[in-house]
Design a binder for this molecule. Sequence first.
Ligand SMILES: Cc1cc2nc3c(=O)[nH]c(=O)nc-3n(C[C@H](O)[C@H](O)[C@H](O)COP(=O)(O)OP(=O)(O)OC[C@H]3O[C@@H](n4cnc5c(N)ncnc54)[C@H](O)[C@@H]3O)c2cc1C
Length: 391
Amino acid sequence: MEFEFPAEAEQFREELRAFMDAELPDWWKGLFHDDDRIYPFTREFCMKLAERDWLTMSWPVEHGGVDADVWSQMVVREEMWAAGEPRGPQYMSLNYIGPMLMEFGTADQQERFLKPMAAGEVMWCQGFSEPEAGSDLAALSTRATDADGCFLVNGQKIWTSYATAADWCLLLCRTDLGERKHQGLSMLLVDMNTPGITVRPIDSMGGPQEFNEVFFDDVEVPYDCLLGPRGDGWRVAMSTLAHERVGAALHARVKVLLDALIEYATTTKDENGQPLATRPSVRSGLVRLQARYRAARLLCYRVVSAMSAGDANDVDPAVSKVFSSELNILIGNIGLDIVGARGQLRTGDGLAPLDGLMNDHWVHSIPQPIAMGTNEIQRNIISQRGLGLPR
Ligand SMILES: Cc1cc2nc3c(=O)[nH]c(=O)nc-3n(C[C@H](O)[C@H](O)[C@H](O)COP(=O)(O)OP(=O)(O)OC[C@H]3O[C@@H](n4cnc5c(N)ncnc54)[C@H](O)[C@@H]3O)c2cc1C
């Protein structure tokens, strides 16, 4: 059993870090900030990654990748998430929208959609959740009916991340009435510039860029934009969510924060002139985080390894997602305790310790147990399918 990355992957990590040092501008604080420069920058950044074959490196050559091993791709995921995800919304294309097209798309769809993704030119969003269908996703009511040579889509999505910037949407909707609500759903690939689509940002504690409502009023979607068999959208959606749950290397950001906290605690003195790191509460907090960081990393690698071996299940991604998202909450709380009251000041405030890093992280960690399927739902999956407990 080998827990370290191959030497070539670590060498690649160094190369990637040097590239990011050179490319990330001083103003870059992360994807989830309120700054109009973010989305245009992420598009340019992705194109530069693509020029170096680093954007979709584990994809097959025929789809614009270089057939790299999953561990090199894991290095990219970790370094990007650690740096606040400068690929922007395009991390979704690489992690799961592209793989969904490879699994369920026709040859024409693959030709049409995968190449622009691999070139870093196109942004996608995910239109699944609705006001009355979140955890109970199959209860969704957005309808795609048959019109003159196309689908006609009507309905509303909510919590749609990146919809203001997206060129395309992976849209789950109902095309037919099945005996069970999971039947009759279909996945559509929808051009966000189609007439009848309205995007309305939702202001939240994460800032105005984080969520949107998306309204569909008589939106025409060509039949050749149906992904997978008609009525089988539930299977496509479940495969999408399993890929999504390990797509973001949530543990990688924890490592950045932990290193920053260790540095802060060893260099900052308390009122008695002693480093904060001499306090038992600070030490035990940091040790708790280190142990959990290592566990989170291995849980993520376990899923990646199983997926690459074609041995995926839905319990391991659920375990990894619950553990990593709750670790992100924990480091937010412990980190704020360590840096003290001024830790609540935001990035850019001169008095904020670590330039507001902990407050920033805390704000953006709160939604993590909800995103990608809530942790309660993940626990249901683990208890029923992993432990064999009754419903
Ligand atoms: C940061 C973030 C980004 C997101 N981005 C997107 C996106 O891009 N596209 C998209 O489609 N959606 C997105 N979502 C929405 C997300 O998928 C939903 O919020 C999530 O599925 C929960 O749905 P809901 O908000 O309707 O809550 P509800 O389903 O109404 O749940 C409310 C509460 O009840 C609990 N609950 C519900 N059912 C059960 C049950 N059976 N057993 C136990 N507890 C239960 C839930 O865990 C939760 O605590 C995003 C959410 C977040 C936080």
